[in-house]
Design a protein around this ligand. Structure first.
Ligand code: PGA
Length: 258
């Protein structure tokens, strides 16, 4: 399956539940802006905790803001939730959905599916995370990824599916406690597999502009191999997005790969 070259990469920083104060959040974004990262070849997205959005969006227009989750109902009696519509009204452009840390807290493919639909109908871009907890010799993990992709995208139209960014994030490669780093070959195989599932379901044409990205212990040292050998269209970065210098390097390596 030969792919048309995507003309723009995307690098998404997932700050998770960091930093602790608004002041630190403003400082972090200001330092990221100073890294000389802006080019027409990479879209940079930062996903901070929701309560910092209003202040952070004043710092720069060149970095898009994303949310780490969103609820599918528009408004009403849903204690603790933030709706996609509310995020859209604040100028948020992207929503990470189905992150493994949310799945670990009980989120199902069915809930993620509803959230994707709400995100698309509000005109925001969903970043759907899929990934297996572990790999087994019988390749059962491939079935799990297939189920995640199919159930999360169930009922979504052909036209909408190409707007979704899919992030392959093997859970075993995420965070400080990662068992090991994934290899660029592992990413390539999985992105081909995911695209095959999608082309069987939605037709190959719809996939031409669709981006698949990699996440899980992305660092300046391994970024190039995921882009070049792995063919990644960009990254979902956790820890290194809290380090302006490293995040800047990952962005610039992505720009150079085009
Ligand atoms: P990490 O996190 O880069 O710290 O491994 C990635 C993620 O959870 O999206």
């Amino acid at each position: 399956m030969e792919r048309k070259k995507i003309s723009k990469k995307i690098v998404v920083g997932n700050w998770k539940m960091n930093p602790l104060t608004l002041k630190e959040a403003e400082k972090l974004l200001t330092q990221i802006v100073k890294q000389d990262i802006f080019s027409s070849k990479v879209e940079v997205v930062v996903c901070p905790p929701v309560l910092y959005f209003n202040n952070l969006k004043k710092i720069t227009k060149k970095i898009s803001l994303g949310a780490q989750d969103a609820f599918y109902e528009e408004k009403g009696a849903y204690t603790g939730e933030v709706s996609v519509e509310m995020l859209a009204n604040m100028g948020v452009k992207y929503v990470i959905l189905g992150h493994s840390e949310r799945r670990a807290a009980g989120e199902t493919n069915q809930t993620i599916n509803k959230k994707i639909k709400a995100t698309l109908s509000s005109g925001l871009t969903p970043i759907l995370c899929v990934g297996e907890k572990e790999r087994d010799e019988n390749h059962e993990y491939l079935n799990l990824i297939k189920i995640q992709v199919e159930e999360c995208l169930s009922g979504i139209s052909k036209n909408s599916v190409s707007k979704i960014i899919i992030a392959y994030e093997p859970v075993w490669a995420i965070g400080k406690g990662a068992a090991r780093e994934a290899t660029s070959e592992e990413y390539r195989e999985m992105s081909v597999f995911i695209r095959k599932i999608l082309s069987d379901k939605f037709g190959a044409k719809m996939l031409e502009g669709m981006r698949t990205i990699y996440g899980g212990s992305v660092h300046p040292e391994n970024a190039e191999s995921f882009l070049k050998e792995g063919g990644a269209d960009g990254f979902l970065v956790g820890r290194d997005s809290l380090d302006p210098k490293k995040f800047g390097e990952i962005i610039n390596i992505s720009a150079k790969s085009i």
